[in-house]
Design a protein around this ligand. Structure first.
Ligand code: HEC
Length: 165
């Protein structure tokens, strides 16, 4: 091997070592070069709530008589809400309370942690109960309306304190 090709090997190996070092130090803050865990938590909870909101809105419209009842639609949407409520687990970590402008969570989430966690846990349980209640009602009955109003209280009861208007 000529002297110059040996040098070329050294240079290549050296730059591989440097890029490996850069990649591994980045990985500590941002797995796979993506957003930090705190940022991902903000994205995940917002995505889950957006889908929950889009799924729940229809129930409000049906309860008010503004949209027609549909059994398959009701089952699909209630199942989504039940599933998505469970996706909020662990998505309010302490380090996601950094005044991220994308987040509409108030600081009370972290200063009233125990109360917030209780509301979130209740929401998970209630979302499952909602799914069962909706499955039993085969129309925009009083039972349907009561289930919608009851879950709606969870949304409002939490947003009043824990979500920026
Ligand atoms: C335990 C508290 C809690 C409950 C219960 C709750 N939410 Fe929320 N919701 C929040 C918080 C906190 C945010 C702000 C999250 C963020 O931006 O970091 C939020 C955000 C949202 C958003 C905005 C999403 C976005 O980023 O644009 C929608 C829509 C929403 N919630 C709908 C609902 C609906 C519908 C229900 C009831 C079926 C509900 N939420 C129940 C706490 C709650």
């Amino acid at each position: 091997m000529s002297l110059s090709s040996q040098w070329a090997r050294v240079v290549v190996l050296g730059s591989l070592a440097v890029s490996g070092f850069v990649a591994s130090s980045l990985a500590q803050n941002a797995p796979a070069g993506g957003p930090s865990p705190a940022k991902q938590a903000v994205e995940n909870r917002r995505a889950a709530f957006t889908l929950i909101g889009n799924s729940f809105r229809w129930f409000g419209a049906v309860a008010k008589g503004a949209a027609p009842y549909d059994e398959a639609e009701a089952a699909k949407r209630a199942a989504r809400i039940g599933f998505l409520a469970g996706q909020l687990d662990g998505e309010f970590p302490q380090d996601s309370n950094l005044g991220d402008p994308a987040s509409k969570a108030t600081a009370d989430v972290w200063s009233n942690r125990a109360e917030f966690d209780k509301k979130l846990e209740k929401f998970k349980v209630d979302a499952r109960a909602f799914q069962e209640a909706i499955a039993k009602e085969k129309g925009a009955t009083d039972g349907f309306k009561a289930a919608v109003a009851s879950l709606g209280q969870d949304c409002k009861g939490c947003h009043d304190t824990y979500k920026v208007k």
